[in-house]
Design a protein around this ligand. Structure first.
Ligand SMILES: [Ca+2]
Ligand SMILES: [Ca+2]
Length: 170
C-alpha cells in the first residue's frame, strides 16, 4: 500500500511539473488528469444523484467540481472530452458542487464554500422549479445540449446525472 501511495505521489509531482497542458495517466486503475494544478476524475458510464455523486468523489479522495472561471470550465470539458464521452454522446449534463440547499437563491460551491460568482447560468436560470412531489431545483449541473452551450442550470438534486470529481494537487 505504501508503494502504491508513493507511486501516486510521484505521478502527481511529475504532472505538476508540466501543468500547462492536460495529461492523463492511470495509477492503481484510477484515471486522472492534472491541468493547472487540478486533477479530475470522470466515469462516462456512471450517473448518480447529487448527494451520491459527492460521496463517490470523496471515495476517490476528491470533491465534486467547482468552476470559477472560463479557464476552469475549459479544463473540465477538455477532460470529459479526453474520456471519449463526446464520441458517443452529444449532450452532457454534469453535476457540479454548486447548490442553494443552505438558502434558496444563494448559490455556493460546496467544495470550497465560496459563493458562485462565475456568471454562467443559462437564460432564465436558476429557475428553482417546483415539482408535484414537493421537491425544488437546488443543485447545479453544467449542461451542453441543443441551445445550451456549457451553461449552469439548477436541477432536482435527486435526479441522476453524470458528474466530475476534482482535486487541488499543486
Ligand atoms: Ca433552489
Ligand atoms: Ca432550473
Amino acid at each position: 500500500m505504501a508503494t502504491q501511495c508513493l507511486a501516486s505521489m510521484f505521478a502527481i509531482v511529475l504532472y505538476c511539473l508540466q501543468i500547462n497542458s492536460i495529461n492523463t495517466t492511470s495509477v492503481d486503475g484510477v484515471s486522472f488528469a492534472i491541468n493547472r494544478g487540478k486533477s479530475y476524475h470522470f466515469e462516462n458510464a456512471l450517473k448518480l444523484n447529487w448527494f451520491k455523486a459527492a460521496e463517490y468523489c470523496r471515495t476517490q479522495d476528491m470533491f465534486l467540481v467547482s468552476i470559477n472561471d472560463e479557464q476552469e470550465l475549459n479544463d473540465a470539458i477538455d477532460y470529459v472530452q479526453s474520456s471519449g464521452y463526446f464520441g458517443k454522446n452529444s449532450d452532457l449534463q454534469l453535476w457540479t458542487s454548486g447548490n442553494d440547499l443552505g438558502e434558496s437563491g444563494q448559490f455556493y460551491w460546496s467544495t470550497t464554500g465560496a459563493r458562485i460568482t462565475f456568471d454562467r447560468f443559462a437564460d432564465n436560470e436558476p429557475s428553482n422549479t417546483k415539482y408535484q412531489d414537493g421537491s425544488t431545483e437546488d443543485c447545479v449541473v453544467l449542461e451542453r445540449s441543443k441551445g445550451r452551450n456549457l451553461t449552469f442550470d439548477d436541477r432536482p438534486c435527486r435526479r441522476e446525472y453524470h458528474f466530475l470529481c476534482e482535486n487541488q494537487v499543486c
